[in-house]
Every structure is written in C-alpha cells, then in structure tokens.
Design a protein around this ligand. Structure first.
Ligand code: HEM
Length: 317
C-alpha cells in the first residue's frame, strides 16, 4: 500500500497507481473505440438497432415470417395476393392513385395553412402573397390545385373501372356504398376549397352551388315540402351551409373548417374502412384465374386462362 512506504515511496506509489489507472483507461477507451468501429460495420448488431427492430433479421424462414408479422406496415398487406388482380390492365391503379393524391393534398394543404387566413380582409391577399412573394408559394398552391383536379378525375375513373369489372357485386356491395360516400366527400372537398381564395370564381361558384341547396326536398325553403316543414331563407339548409343568408365572412369560415378539418377527417376514416373491406372481401376482385402454362394441372371443371409471354390471354383448350 502506498501509505505504508513513507514520504517518497508514497509519492512513487501514487504515481504508479495513477499511471496504472491511466493505462487501464486508455485500454478501455481503445477497446470501446474498436468495438464501436466494428459495430458501425454491422449496424444491425448494435443495441440501438435492436431497440428499434425487435426481431432478428436473419435470412431464414422463421425470422422472415416474424419480421412480417411484427411489422405494422407489412401486417397491413395480405399474406397472399391474387397475381392477376394486381395487373394495371385490370385495376388501372386508380384507387391507389386517388389515395396518393389525397396524401399529396393533405401535405400541401397543411403547408398552405401556414400562410392563409380565412377572413374577408386577408384571404385573397394571402393568395396573392403566396403567388408572388412566398418562396415556392406558386408551385405549392398549384400542386394543391392540380392534385385536387386530378383526384376528382381519378376517383371517377376508379368508380368507372369498378363498374366495368363488375366489382360492385357480391360480396362487395357494402364497399361500393362506402366508395360512393368517398366520392361525395371528394366532390365536397373540391367544392369547399373553391371558395377559399375568395376570388370572383369561388364567390360565384359558391353562390350558384348554395342557391341550388334552396331547392333541397324538405330542407330547402323552395324545395318540395320545404314550406310544409317551416323552412324560410333564414333557417333552411342553405342558411346552415353559409352561416347566414348571403355568401360572406361566415361562409368563408365555414368552408375553411369543413375543407381543412371536418371533411378530410371523415374521408380518412372512410378510406380506412374502404381498404379494410377490400381485404375482408377477399382482396381485389381480379379477372378469371390466370395460370402460367407451367402451373396448369389437369383439373376437371377448371378452365384456366393461359397468360402467354406476349401478355395475350386466351382460353386453354
Ligand atoms: C377517395 C376515394 C377512393 C379511394 C382512395 C379508393 C381506393 C381504393 C383502392 C386503393 C382500392 C384497391 C383496388 C384498386 O386500386 O382499384 C379500391 C377498391 C374498391 N373501390 Fe375504391 N376508392 C375510392 C372511391 C371509390 C368509389 C367512388 C367507389 C365506387 C362507388 C369505390 C369502390 C370500390 C370497390 C367496390 C373496390 C373493390 C374493387 C375490387 O375488388 O376489384 N371506391 N378502392
């Protein structure tokens, strides 16, 4: 022990201990640095990686299935997909494109909200400001506008293809109805967004649109049975839409809240239901079963369609 060696011995002892400790420290740091360099070469072996990805991703069947089952995104996909149902020539990809456009609209819409005030004084000025002064403002606004037009077109095309392929039939009747609701919501999103720039185009479009609401059966003051229900220009459905009897500040605020919060939220919920039903109804409907020639077995009663390498389908003899 250094204390027992007296004056000099004690000093030497302390130095030895200090040197010993410094050496141990140096070795430890070197060891740790080496270990970290090794870990960087194989990041999947680090504790940080393991804390994020719980399953070992070794290339073996069990670990691969666990990887799929414990991952929320993979889990959303069906375990098996009808190969023919995913052909673009069958789906036109229009449902997916509609959803993609909805995501683009949500993203660009949130960015637009940073610049836009839903008030009569500010709204149109904000649009001019975006068009001329905000960096990338013009492209941001146009991305939102064009994606909106394209979403309306895509949703119609999607509905058209579902109709043409007869995919509305059993067991998909319910999903067709959810789809109709989604289409109405898409049109409402488009309509409410039209008023927001508070320009002449939007003002008159909403004037005409909401005037039509006057003629709603039961709920409009000029509609069938409206008067019987006690409807007047000051309590009917048009009044509720505009928040008054003219297109003014209240109408702008209502359109803004419907457009930015209520309708997107309702649409997102129904899209969730729509996608869930696609899976529960047995996946995308798909055309008649197509088999590769190599897969054809002599089965009685099965008339497989052969997919030629050229992509031309024809009935097997
Ligand atoms: C916001 C609107 C909509 C979105 C995002 C959407 C999305 C999708 C997606 C991704 C699919 C999978 C197949 C595909 O891509 O074609 C699908 C299938 C389907 N959609 Fe839509 N859809 C919408 C509106 C509609 C409308 C307006 C209808 C009809 C009125 C409809 C009826 C159906 C039906 C019946 C299926 C199942 C088709 C099959 O199994 O072949 N959807 N939808």
């Amino acid at each position: 022990m250094p204390e027992e060696n007296g004056g000099n011995g004690r000093k030497t002892g302390l130095l030895d201990v200090a040197q010993e400790k410094a050496k141990v420290l140096k070795d430890t740091v070197q060891e740790k640095a080496k270990q970290q360099i090794e870990e960087l070469k194989q990041p999947e072996k680090t504790q940080l990686y393991r804390s994020v990805f719980r399953v070992k991703h070794e290339d073996e069947p069990r670990s691969r299935s666990l990887g799929v089952l414990s991952n929320v995104f993979f889990h959303l996909h069906p375990a098996k997909v009808n190969r023919d149902a995913t052909r673009y020539s069958f789906t036109w990809g229009m449902g997916g494109i509609t959803f993609y456009l909805f995501l683009v609209l949500t993203f660009t819409g949130v960015l637009l909200m940073f610049y836009y005030h839903p008030s009569k004084v500010q709204a149109f000025r904000d649009v001019l400001y975006l068009e001329h002064d905000v960096p990338f403002g013009k492209i941001l606004r146009n991305m939102h506008r064009w994606a909106a037009h394209m979403m309306v077109i895509a949703v119609w095309l999607h509905m058209f293809r579902v109709f043409l392929t007869g995919s509305y039939k059993r067991p998909r009747e319910f999903n067709w109805c959810v789809g109709v609701l989604l289409m109405v919501l898409t049109l409402l999103l488009s309509f409410t967004g039209y008023l927001l720039p508070d320009d002449q185009l939007g003002f008159w479009a909403v004037t005409v649109g909401t005037n039509m609401a006057r003629a709603t059966p039961l709920l409009g003051n000029e509609g069938p049975f409206g008067a019987l229900m006690g409807m007047t220009p000051y309590n009917d459905v048009r009044f509720a839409l505009l928040g008054g009897s003219i297109v003014d500040a209240n109408a702008l605020l209502r359109a803004y809240i419907w457009h930015c919060i209520a309708i997107p939220l309702i649409a997102a919920i129904f899209m969730g239901v729509h996608f869930w039903r696609v899976r529960k109804d047995g996946g995308i409907s798909g055309p008649a079963p197509v088999m590769l020639e190599s897969e054809i077995k002599e089965e009685k009663g099965v008339r497989p369609v052969i997919l030629r390498p050229s992509g031309v389908d024809q009935w097997a003899k």
